[in-house]
Ligand binder design. Structure first.
Ligand code: ZN
Length: 490
């Protein structure tokens, strides 16, 4: 049976991918500093082995045989179609090109670190020039219809184009700067939250919260790491990590809720399909919509804190016993434009993404040179966020993505927010008295709705189609705008 054979092959490849993921997870959580280089070599070896097996003539023969089968179920069609998509992508890039890109990026991240620290773009500029050239070359290898940027975007958000991103983000860009001006005055009066809290207590509290939201600790685990992330080896083994800072009492909690959002998606993929595209997340933005949904729509809502705040006050009596729910809620949702994307609140965050999307698109379309990019960055920051960039370290050099060769990745963050708000609006139509349920600590219906509408489908539908089926509409920023108005007119 050609389909059974294809599935067996795909499962072997999935085992290799999961093995590399375990090694990488271990690297972030356990490996001592001197062991890092050796570990990177191991991961590269396993990844190379997988690539070799995947692109070998033997795999193509099996794929062609599966494609020639006349009557396929819709699930089998998905497996064959997505395997072909991945295979073509892997085959289109010559291995010497992949090696060159990896080498250039490795050198570039060192230069980026130094440049960022010194706030000097010139150190990074020649590296970024090489990377942009290579990414344009990559787009040529992969092929595209309209813009070379589309080919790169497709690596993260299958089927999405720059034009479509423009359409979805455009309305939001029109709305946000004016809205921020409107709420600026009332938000400037909200005190920022600062309090010391013991790591152990924060971890204990965070674990209790995400377990109640529906993340399954029997199929997962949690550790502290430098950067928060979620990684999956199998739907029954999905790991989370979070950061900890002693003077931020909710950092572990929000890292955990965010990563548990990814984690519940990973756990919601069907184990019976493990190894095939039916048990894989469909795109970066859909994955991010799950984490943002739990973190923001649920985790920053008043109803959520109506339920959790008494417990939170008991766990951290100093200073929260004396702070009212209302004051706590307001400080949690304080909006303040800032320079740094990863510290940004939910409202201004999307503008940080626009700046990056617009610049990287111009770079890939050769509308601007790399040398011009910092100036444009600073202009856009002034225009969108109303703040002046003091140096490149706090401006264009703040993110590692471009140094890592990641172009087309940034928009998935903002699109994830847009999907999340659209899912939230649809869910509120489907589930009666949702706020009351949340205020009582009842989250099961929420997770089940997401599971049914998003998780169990794996890569069966393209992201835009998945959203349309779940919400009745193609992606639109209308619901994010409505949600932001509702939440942030404090
Ligand atoms: Zn995320």
């Amino acid at each position: 049976m050609p389909i059974a054979e294809l599935k067996t092959k795909l499962k072997e490849l999935a085992h290799l991918a999961s093995t590399a993921a375990v090694l990488e997870w271990d690297n972030e959580v356990n490996v001592p500093p001197l062991g890092r280089d050796a570990r990177a070599e191991m991961v590269a070896y396993i990844a190379g082995l997988r690539h070799e097996k995947f692109t070998a003539p033997e795999f193509e023969t099996i794929l062609l045989e599966a494609e020639s089968v006349k009557k396929l179920t819709s699930e089998e069609q998905c497996i064959v179609r997505e395997a072909r998509r991945d295979f073509d992508k892997a085959k289109k890039l010559p291995s010497n090109f992949i090696r060159e890109l990896a080498q250039v990026c490795a050198n570039s991240t060192d230069a980026w670190r130094q440049a960022k620290q010194l706030g000097n773009f010139k150190i990074f500029q020649p590296h970024l020039e090489k990377i942009v050239d290579l990414k344009i070359k990559e787009a040529e290898y992969l092929g595209y219809q309209e813009s070379p940027y589309d080919a790169l975007l497709d690596n993260f958000e299958p089927g999405m184009t720059a034009r479509e991103v423009e359409r979805i983000l455009g309305e939001l860009r029109e709305f946000l700067p004016g809205f921020i001006q409107q709420i600026k005055k009332s938000h400037s009066k909200i005190p920022a939250m600062k309090a010391k809290a013991l790591a152990e207590k924060q971890i204990e509290f965070g674990r209790e919260v995400v377990a109640q939201l529906g993340y399954d600790f029997d199929a997962g685990a949690f550790h502290i790491s430098e950067h928060p992330f979620c990684t999956s080896f199998h739907p029954y083994d999905v790991r989370l990590t979070a950061r900890h800072k002693p003077n931020d009492p909710v950092m572990v909690l929000y890292d955990l809720i965010h990563e548990a959002g990814h984690g519940m998606y990973g756990q919601g993929l069907l184990a019976e399909h493990y190894g095939t595209p039916l048990s894989e997340p469909v795109s970066f933005a859909i994955d991010e919509s799950q984490s943002r949904f739990w973190e923001n729509m649920i985790g920053r809502s008043r109803a959520f804190w109506q339920y959790w705040y008494p417990k939170f006050q008991k766990t951290f009596p100093e200073p929260f016993a004396k702070i009212s729910l209302n004051d706590f809620y307001r400080s949690l949702n304080k909006v303040k434009p800032g320079l740094i994307r990863i510290d940004a609140d939910e409202v201004t965050y999307n503008l940080h993404i626009m700046i990056r999307f617009e610049i990287e698109k111009m770079l890939i379309e050769r509308q601007i040179t790399v040398a011009e990019a910092p100036k444009i960055w600073n202009q856009k920051t002034e225009q969108y966020l109303g703040i002046t960039v003091p140096d490149d370290g706090k401006g264009i050099l703040q993110d590692i993505h471009w140094a890592d060769g990641l172009f087309g990745y940034f928009p998935t963050y903002a699109i994830g927010n847009i999907y999340a708000a659209q899912l939230w609006a649809a869910m509120r139509r489907d589930i009666k008295s949702l706020d009351q349920k949340i205020a009582k600590g009842q989250f099961a219906a929420i997770r089940e709705w997401l599971r049914e509408k998003i998780h169990i489908h794996g890569r069966m539908y393209a992201p835009v189609e998945l959203i349309r089926r779940a919400t009745g509409e193609v992606p639109t920023s209308k619901y994010l705008i409505e949600y932001l108005i509702d939440r942030y007119r404090l």
